[in-house]
Design a protein around this ligand. Structure first.
Ligand code: AMP
Ligand code: MG
Length: 527
């Protein structure tokens, strides 16, 4: 095996907390605090991602060893690891929340692989840090399996994301009040090892500006440009603006991808927004089952639904506005920042149009005509409970060569997408069939062969997504000591755009028992 090499640039280049004790405090003028993971009693492997292991040059012998479990439960460190927790702040649900920081995440170090790529390894749930506020620094099995599976599913869907190497049980019990309803219960404790080139958040910049620490702000911005945006060149005011423009574009692309696959993050606070445009911090996220722009999985957000599916692109812009405020001391002019925020909206809109066109198999988006076609489809999808993933995937099976089919014939290939048979009234069916007739006409002017159109559609409309109930079934089994379903789902989610014979059950719509089951449709921030 290639020797595992670490080069902890974040520690070398940026200022450290001068206090070394592990107690809760406000940390000033520093980007991180050194802190050790706690030791756990009986670490046990639940699963690891062989694809992530490969990227890190970890051999399967190492991944199957006791040493691996010891290292990724925080019990043992490899040479070169220097554990630290990062300082950041954030706007939570629209309000400035002050210092947050890695309250239960501990970075082990920055690994360099044989291709000279750098990855930070981070344990989530490895014990308290100076940023833990009143919480325990721990995580439970259900949220850890959810993060592990979802980060890998997102990666293979082509959505920018942090990855997950492993999930281990600690052997300890952790008490959680899952629905904040006064019923705390012990749950199995677990630790995920997250992997990403960068864990810096919008809130990492906001904290310094909120405290008037422009010197550290500048150091962190320069570091981020040098390390995560090296193509921009040597940091200076002009480059800061180009950098902000890139952040806006990365964020827009991420939103387009979330909208494409029906992902709802659930807690888009500025501390959960990656500066490199990755999906980060998998908490009470969920996947759209029936297409409903108002839906959020997060019961903590049930009232205002700030982070509902259809609102994510606007929230991202609001978060970018907070980031613009945070870097303002380096720019000292509002107008260029405002221009970038406007650019975000334009860039998002045009990317969304191209994405939606590709979901329909159209080579290009043709202005108002296609805008109306797409909006009418989305409005029709909302009328009755329609599974978004199945609908778009099955759209390729509609016979578009015969506009004279009956409504029922048109709808036949899509019928599995509907949750409630009684909702399929004649009025609804004729509306949907009319839309399909229009779609058929539109395809006549599309310059793609049928097979190329289907290829395009199948490359953007996944067959398999991490349906909420699937993750829950895997968690239930794992809690009984059987981790086979975690591994099976991990495997299926590796090829989400391909039909996988024998795995069709993972592509089916949510069964009725899961409609109101906690963990399947309702989640809270408790994890
Ligand atoms: P989140 O909304 O889950 O991203 O968390 C917001 C903040 O709370 C972050 O600073 C987390 O590190 C911190 N946090 C969440 N859960 C815990 C926990 N169990 N122990 C310590 N800190 C936590
Ligand atoms: Mg967070």
């Amino acid at each position: 095996m290639h020797t595992i090499q670490f080069d902890n640039q974040f520690l070398k280049k940026l200022p450290a907390d001068c206090e070394s004790g592990n107690y809760v405090r406000q940390v000033h003028d520093a980007c991180y605090s050194m802190v050790e993971p706690i030791k756990v009693s009986q670490p046990q492997l639940v699963a690891y991602s062989s694809k992530v292991a490969e990227q890190l040059d970890f051999s399967s012998d190492f991944c199957d060893s006791d040493e691996f479990v010891e290292v990724f439960s925080g019990n043992k460190q490899l040479d070169g690891m220097q554990p630290y927790a990062m300082c950041y702040g954030g706007h939570q649900f629209g309000n400035w929340a002050g210092q947050l920081g890695d309250g239960r995440a501990i970075n082990l170090g920055q690994l360099i692989n044989s291709k000279n790529e750098r990855y930070i390894l981070q344990l989530k749930g490895a014990g308290p840090t100076p940023y833990s506020r009143s919480a325990d620094g721990l995580a439970v099995l259900r949220s850890s399996v959810r993060e592990f599976l979802c980060s890998e599913a997102m990666y293979h869907l082509g959505v920018p994301t942090t990855r997950a190497l492993s999930v281990v049980l600690t052997g300890e019990q952790v008490v959680r009040d899952m629905f904040y309803d006064g019923n705390p219960e012990p749950e199995p404790g677990a630790i995920v090892c997250r992997v990403s080139p960068c864990f810096t958040r919008f809130g990492s910049f906001e904290i310094f500006t909120s405290r008037g620490q422009t010197g550290v702000l500048e150091q962190l911005v320069n570091y981020t440009i040098d390390n995560d945006f090296p193509a921009l060149g040597k940091p200076c005011r002009e480059v800061y603006l180009q950098w902000f423009r890139e952040v806006c574009e990365h964020t827009a692309r991420l939103m387009v991808d979330w909208m494409r696959v029906g992902f709802v993050h659930g807690v888009m606070n500025t501390d959960n927004m990656s500066i490199t445009g990755l999906t980060i911090d998998y908490g009470p996220y969920g996947w759209l089952e029936n297409y409903d722009p108002q839906w959020t999985p997060n019961t903590t957000d049930a009232q205002g639904k700030r982070y509902r599916y259809g609102h994510q692109p606007q929230i991202a812009q609001w978060n970018l506005f907070k980031l613009a405020n945070a870097i303002y001391p380096l720019i000292k002019q509002a107008q260029p920042l405002q221009e970038m925020l406007n650019h975000y909206a334009e860039f998002y809109n045009s990317s969304w149009q191209t994405m939606m066109a590709s979901k329909l198999g159209l080579v290009e988006f043709n202005g108002d005509e296609d805008e109306a076609l797409i909006m009418d489809l989305l409005n029709t999808l909302k009328l009755v409970e329609t599974d978004m993933t199945i609908f778009f995937r099955r759209l390729t099976e509609v016979d578009v060569s015969n506009p004279h089919q009956s409504d029922d014939e048109f709808l036949a290939p899509l019928i599995d997408a509907y949750y409630v048979e009684d909702q399929l009234t004649n009025t609804y069916k004729s509306k949907m069939a009319d839309w399909l007739r229009r779609y058929t006409q539109r395809l006549a002017t599309n310059s793609l062969s049928t097979s190329d159109r289907i290829k395009l559609m199948n490359s953007v409309n996944p067959k398999y997504v991490l349906r909420n109930y699937l993750a829950q079934l895997a968690i239930d089994k794992s809690a009984q000591g059987d981790h086979s379903l975690v591994n099976e789902i991990l495997e299926v989610m590796r090829n989400p755009y391909e039909a996988q014979p024998g795995k069709e059950k993972f592509a089916q719509k949510r069964p009725d028992w899961a409609r109101h089951r906690p963990g399947c449709s309702m989640l809270s921030c408790s994890s």
